[in-house]
Design a protein around this ligand. Structure first.
Ligand code: ATP
Length: 202
């Protein structure tokens, strides 16, 4: 398996913005959120198991997962939350490892928003944290998602703190400045990662 860079950061920190710039350099980006959706897509083993446990109410009329219902259910039933995590986390983990193993670029970027929260640091050879001042993070999230300040605060409270993320970082991108300022930080990291990838043997 080639070199895997784990990219993480809080809500609205700029992970997608950063990942797009690496992708523009030809680096393969593997997104944990996409994999998390794939493992419960129509026809998946994950969705079949959920339907078997919860019945029709877990599905929308078109057969897709009723995310709103499931979110509500696990919020009020901790045992169901545990069951669901036990079902899906190993599937997501396996898919992430397999996607990294298949990547063909000199290194790959594994974007995992909840890397620290779910203790997935071991999946990456190196961890890159997109760091942003909390006020900036809140302002960008409010602007992008059109959610309330209260909702953003609740999400922030449920996520790892900035300090917890920085504690596991090998590399840090600061995203407090306008987007144009990201380029030179990303260029420098790309060079570092190319060098590391050339020395990487597993
Ligand atoms: P999430 O995990 O919530 O999906 P994210 O970490 O992927 O978020 P982005 O979607 O990349 O974050 O960025 C959040 C918002 O902030 C977006 O609307 C994006 O366009 C904007 N943004 C990102 N970086 C900057 C910047 N340097 N200056 C101004 N706006 C920015």
């Amino acid at each position: 398996m080639g070199l895997v860079i784990g990219l993480t950061g809080g809500i609205g920190s700029g992970k997608t913005t950063v990942a797009n710039q690496f992708a523009a350099k030809g680096i393969e980006v593997i997104d944990a959120d996409v994999i998390a959706r794939d493992v419960v897509a129509v026809g998946s083993e994950g969705l079949a198991a959920i339907a078997a446990r919860f019945g029709e109410s877990a599905l929308l009329p078109d057969g897709q997962l009723n995310r709103a219902w499931l979110r509500e259910r696990v919020f009020s039933h901790p045992d169901d939350k545990r069951w669901l995590d036990d079902l899906l986390h190993p599937m997501i983990r396996t898919q992430m490892i397999s996607a990294c193993a298949q990547a063909r670029s000199s290194y790959c970027l594994l974007v995992v928003p909840l890397l620290v929260e779910n203790n997935l640091m071991v999946l990456a050879d190196r961890i890159l944290v997109v760091d942003v001042d909390e006020q900036t993070q809140i302002a960008r999230t409010l602007k992008r998602d059109g959610v309330s300040r209260q909702q953003v605060d609740a999400i922030l409270a449920a996520q790892a703190t900035r300090a917890q993320r920085l504690a596991v970082a090998d590399d840090i991108i600061n995203n407090d400045q306008p987007e144009a300022e990201l380029q030179h930080q990303i260029d420098a990291l790309h060079q570092t990662y190319l060098t590391l990838a050339a020395q990487h043997h597993t």
